[in-house]
Write a protein that binds this ligand. Sequence first.
Ligand code: SF4
Length: 438
Amino acid sequence: MQSYYIETYGCQMNAHDSEKIAGILDTMGLRAAEKEQADIILFNTCCVREHAEKRVFGNLGALQKLKTEKPNLVVAVCGCMMQQTEVRERLYHRFPFVDLIIGTNALHMLPQLLERVFCGERVLFTQGIDDEIAEDLPTKRAPGVAASVSIMHGCNNFCTYCIVPYVRGRERSRQPERIISEIQALAEQGYSEVLLLGQNVNSYGNNLEDMDFSKLLRMVNDIDGIKRIRFMTSHPKDLSSGLIAAMAGLPKICSHLHLPVQSGSTNILKLMNRGYTREEYLALTRELRLALPNIELTTDIIVGFPGETEADFEETLSIIDEVGFSAAFTFMFSPRTGTAAANLPEQVSQATKKNRLQQLNTLQTLQTRKTNERYLGRVEEVLVDGFDQRTKLLYGKLSCFKTVYFPGAFDMIGSYVGVFIEKTHNSSLLGLLEQKVQ
Ligand code: SF4
């Protein structure tokens, strides 16, 4: 029996694609193995950040030695980086030992393409970025009680810094019946938390008749066995009052929303083509907190976007306090070839970007600590994810997405328990088991 190893880069969408790749390979009779032992090594790449591209090229280069030692080793590369013609060509010529290159929309072709590789062919296969995504692919999910389900593919927004619309194509929503039957099957297998995935998840249904994201949430909420519903990534401009009302009225929706603001400055938001102003974003967060008083908001922020002045950056700092984000994923702007922002004037120096990132992270750490302290002395429901070898504690998530560590028995993994929150750390909570919920 042949074996495979998948190395995944990038976001949760890519991680979920890797679950599908693993499902396809298992169905072909292959088994997962460690990298050094595997007969097939597959890199599932991402091109959203410059850093990811450098890592892929570096890690592929490091495979040269293994390939020399094991000439029958098959090296394959897929993922959104392979939808960039220039990068794909560069990779193809620089690493002649790569046997298979495959685009994002062609995963269902993997068995046939691998057969050609096994027959000695070097294969490069991509499809149009707007092609239909194949349904019903076998999926090998990580063990646990939380599962990811992609509900749509692509993005129509063209934020000026982002490569996604160029490599993942326009928005295509999956049919609701298919999503619902996939989640029903997951519930039957014991999954109780579901994460609905899309590049712009709350515009779900734009290309479908009489369907929108609120309706889909109601349908998922009705599925027996599902206790928690999460979704990401939401775009502020598509967060309607109707959707906020639906979230407030559906008991299984988690009290957490990841709502990327990207900048606190309206000037920069305009340059980013985000489609909202600082004031509109703030109004949304107020509306959210009125409708869902316990909601925790997390966000993404880019510092050093071209043209960002000190005054713009100050506005980003102030929005952290004003909204009270419980966490922020912060990045320095890195120009992606092919995007509009790569050619904007007034690029910010690396030193300024670094300095701003540091200031932002310091402020957000304080803010996160503040939001953590709200939980002290409370008993919260935790879905137990696993056991941390370092601390010898169980860990799991609250509905609001905060992570809690607490002492407990292995057999609690996968169940919901009540935990008394005793202490807080910078990014997590520490507690004591109160009761088993189910
Ligand atoms: S919403 Fe903007 S940042 Fe998000 S995937 Fe679409 S273009 Fe990229």
